[in-house]
Design a protein. Sequence first.
Length: 114
Amino acid sequence: MQLETTPRDDALVVTALMDRIDAAIAIQFKDDLRTVTNGEAPRVVLDLSHVDFLDSSGLGAVVAAMKLLAPAQKLELAGLGPNVEKVFRLTRMDSVFTIHSTVDAAFDGVAKAS
């Protein structure tokens, strides 16, 4: 799976480097996301800026990954392209997830640890 992780402030940024999250890779995506987020970071920011297509299976994988996080962890989304954003909006999942326009926007206004 093509996931890149980067620690940032109090969070873990996970960048999905594939252009599609669909039925063909949804289960593997969920499992890999669970593996890389199995840590102490209270925030996980999932960067979907490389993803051009997400179907219902992909959406289900993102929701399942959110539910598999530790109770103290929160999954946030960033960088949704128009097609991916439309899926979240039409399914009203945009009211379930905190969605940021970019990864940098997810950290704007967040106090930095000194």
